[in-house]
Write a protein that binds this ligand. Structure first.
Ligand code: CA
Length: 228
């Protein structure tokens, strides 16, 4: 699903994706897109944040509710930095800045549509830290028997970090293994996903002991199991 009111950008996006074998639906208005999304199975959503009828962030939030499993990528102007953070918090998986570079768009699309394989040695197994269990085969996260609902990239990020508890993982490794093996460009997406993950873990702390994600300035992140 493409949601873009700009005729030129929308038609180029639609024809590029169609040429690459994707079935494309294009809507110019947020309201139309939401009506479509309520009735149609969707795998990938490209959402322009600057829409004439509705607030793009609100459209993002509602699309995420309608399609929790779809990959949602925002399109935004370079200057709308706050929108990026708010949009990622509202449920977007990633963002692209305008003008859209099509090589980058197609690379992101490929990277997102292929689910990240669990780290070797973790396949079909469960990893635990304190009362938190990550089941990579079933793609489920439990804290003392309660399921923690995570979006695709949040799950992949947690699974990657918990594969090596107590060990630093660089930003580059996380970006390449969780997002795109040929990642280039900004990595704000990573920080926002970590922030959301931390908040969700903190919300589960009342049910059991959960690990902590530690920021390693200038390097990356480390998952520390809870203290006994
Ligand atoms: Ca627009």
């Amino acid at each position: 699903l493409i949601v873009e009111d700009d005729e030129t950008i929308g038609s180029v996006l639609a024809s590029t994706l169609t040429d690459h074998g994707h079935e494309v639906i294009w809507h110019r208005l947020g309201g139309e897109a939401l009506a479509e999304a309520a009735a149609t199975p969707l795998e990938f959503i490209l959402l322009d944040l600057g829409l004439p009828d509705l607030d793009g962030i609100e459209v993002c939030r509602q699309l995420r509710i309608l399609h929790p499993e779809a990959v949602l990528v925002m399109l935004t102007a370079r200057t709308e930095e706050m929108d990026v953070v708010v949009g990622l918090e509202a449920g977007a998986d990633d963002y692209l800045t305008k003008p859209v570079r099509f090589g980058e768009l197609l690379a992101r699309l490929r990277a997102h549509l292929r689910r990240v394989a669990p780290p070797p040695g973790l396949r079909g197994r469960q990893a635990t830290a304190g009362d938190l269990t990550v089941d990579t085969a079933g793609r489920r996260v439990m804290v003392s028997g309660r399921e923690l609902s995570l979006r695709t990239k949040e799950f992949d990020l947690l699974a990657r970090l918990i594969a090596n508890p107590g060990i630093a993982v660089s930003r580059e490794t996380l970006m390449s293994q969780v997002w795109d093996e040929h990642w280039f460009g900004p990595t704000k997406t990573l920080d926002v996903h970590v922030a959301v993950l931390r908040r969700k873990l903190a919300e589960m702390a009342e049910f059991g002991s959960v690990p902590r994600i530690v920021t390693l300035r200038g390097h990356g992140y480390r998952l520390d199991p809870p203290a006994r």
